[in-house]
Design a protein around this ligand. Structure first.
Ligand SMILES: NC(=O)c1ccc[n+]([C@@H]2O[C@H](COP(=O)([O-])OP(=O)(O)OC[C@H]3O[C@@H](n4cnc5c(N)ncnc54)[C@H](OP(=O)(O)O)[C@@H]3O)[C@@H](O)[C@H]2O)c1
Length: 254
């Protein structure tokens, strides 16, 4: 199968590319590093020529502000137009659990717009809504850290291994379009403030976490269940401690 993975050199993208190549598919990993830019449209038509399936795992370089919304809006307009012109038969995308509930976040509002535009495009599609990757906990820390303390929401979070998400994305890319969205989360649910405190202790970071239900999450206020999936979501196999023990972050020092 001829598959283009846009964002194919990113965290989840390169894992998807490796999995699909290992199964013998003809896979291109496209991104600005290979001359393909979903914002300017540069290289898109050329890289999609002959593609049957497009997997979109591009990401904005900023997580907040109008810039994040603009990235996802412009990217999907350009990508869907190029896919229609190329006759792509299946668009597979990676979105985030809770996007529709968290419209105060520019980033998630952009992801939510993407979902709606994909559904309206006429291109058969599959949308995966994943919870936060374990690696993304570091971005949450970076966004909340003020000197050596941080206020974090005690809302529940159920992060997932990016490896589990990549495995699902690769499987769905070679299957029939679902024309629906499905959810995947990790096997454990915990309060964000507690989980991150645990992570910081393991990293021996001299930071304190204060649970604060008014602490914004990339611009959005969370309720207890904003970030967790609905019943019936698929479940990843790797728990937080198992991921941490295998990661480069355990007891890394600060
Ligand atoms: N991280 C999470 O916790 C999480 C959870 C659920 C869903 N997701 C979604 O999963 C997707 C991928 O996340 P990730 O963490 O794997 O992202 P990532 O590591 O930041 O990778 C992003 C990829 O997008 C490419 N890219 C960025 N701007 C581009 C542009 N203008 N044109 C073409 N390619 C561009 C980058 O390559 P170049 O720099 O070479 O262009 C890179 O290959 C995102 O859409 C995110 O919303 C993430």
């Amino acid at each position: 199968m001829n598959i283009v993975v846009i964002g194919g050199r990113g965290l989840v993208g390169r894992n998807i590319v490796e999995r699909l190549r290992a199964e013998g598919h003809d896979v291109s990993a496209a991104s600005r590093a290979t001359g393909v830019d979903v914002i300017t449209g540069q290289g898109l038509a050329e890289c999609l020529a002959g593609a049957e399936v497009v997997v979109d795992v591009t990401n904005s370089s900023t997580f907040d502000g109008e810039e994040a919304f603009d990235f996802f809006r412009t990217a999907i307009v350009n990508l869907l137009e190029a896919e229609l012109a190329a006759g792509v038969r299946h668009h597979v995308t990676l979105s985030i659990v809770g996007t529709d509930r968290l419209q105060d976040s520019h980033y998630l509002r952009g992801k939510s717009l993407q979902d709606r535009m994909i559904r309206a495009s006429g291109i058969p599609f599959t949308i995966v809504h994943a919870t936060q990757f374990y690696e993304f906990l570091l971005a949450i820390i970076a966004a909340a850290l003020r000197e050596e303390s941080m206020h974090l929401s005690p809302a529940y979070i159920q992060p997932v291994a990016s490896d589990d998400v990549a495995a699902l994305m690769a499987e769905l890319a070679i299957g029939e379009p679902l024309n629906a969205a499905i959810e995947i989360a990790g096997p454990e649910r915990e309060r964000m403030s507690q989980l991150i405190q645990r992570f910081l202790i393991d990293m021996e970071a001299p930071c304190t976490v204060q649970a604060d239900k008014h602490a914004p999450y990339f611009g959005a206020l969370l309720d207890e269940h904003s970030l967790v999936p609905t019943e019936g979501a698929l479940q990843g196999t790797v728990g937080f401690q198992a991921w941490l023990d295998r990661s480069a972050f355990s007891r890394v020092g600060w």
